[in-house]
Design a protein around this ligand. Sequence first.
Ligand SMILES: Nc1ncnc2c1ncn2[C@@H]1O[C@H](COP(=O)(O)OP(=O)(O)OP(=O)(O)O)[C@@H](O)[C@H]1O
Ligand SMILES: [Mg+2]
Length: 232
Amino acid sequence: MEKAISPNKGNIAKIKTGIRGLDNLIEGGLASGSLHIIAGGPGTGKTMLCGQLAYNLAKNLNTGVVFVTFEETTEFLLRNLKFIGIDLVPLYKENKLRLLDLYTIRGEGLEGLFAHMLETIEEIDARVLILDSLTAFLAACKTDFEVRSFMKKIEQRLREQDITTIATLSVQDRENLGLETFIADSVMYFENKMQETNFVTQFAILKMRGTDHSRRFHRVLLTSEGVSISSN
Ligand SMILES: Nc1ncnc2c1ncn2[C@@H]1O[C@H](COP(=O)(O)OP(=O)(O)OP(=O)(O)O)[C@@H](O)[C@H]1O
Ligand SMILES: [Mg+2]
């Protein structure tokens, strides 16, 4: 059967993730200036994927990257990433990457935290923002309406500045993804799946606007050589 025609093929500016096995599942990469969500349960590799993306994008594309953490200290993050062969320190020294730990200033409120992100983006003229996790960031919102309004606001502001945003979302299962995923341009979903005596991590692209993407589950591999996606 003929492959579905993707009307926007070639018209959307894409940024190559450089994650082994991923770009060919999403027509060459992530749409530039868009909001992408990495959703999944605990320990499914969302943070490791963010680290690999930060490394690849800052290094290969020569793009400034701001990596915002809320749940782990930057020291803890750097150490864990080193275990899978990712060293972010040289990129930091070259001003291609900034790590921003917002947990320590969480009392400042959403507006204050967002202002910090924008300042840091400006500092190194970043084109990519990685937010780990959006769930923790939005925890200050009291109602669904507040979540939706704030999401819309940050999405619009970052799009205006042509910032590609990659944010993680903690979810229990794929039936309950949360309203953040309606606003996002893409949703990549990670889950741990039991297989007799052990579990494997698998991933699927649940949504990617304007892209003829894979609709299958693929294995996620975490090794001393980083994160990769298996073709089967
Ligand atoms: N060096 C390593 N080699 C293989 N697997 C590893 C290694 N380091 C971590 N892992 C796996 O990665 C998991 C942690 O991944 P990560 O912190 O990215 O998950 P997460 O989805 O961000 O979780 P959370 O929602 O709790 O933040 C560990 O539970 C472990 O299974
Ligand atoms: Mg994490």
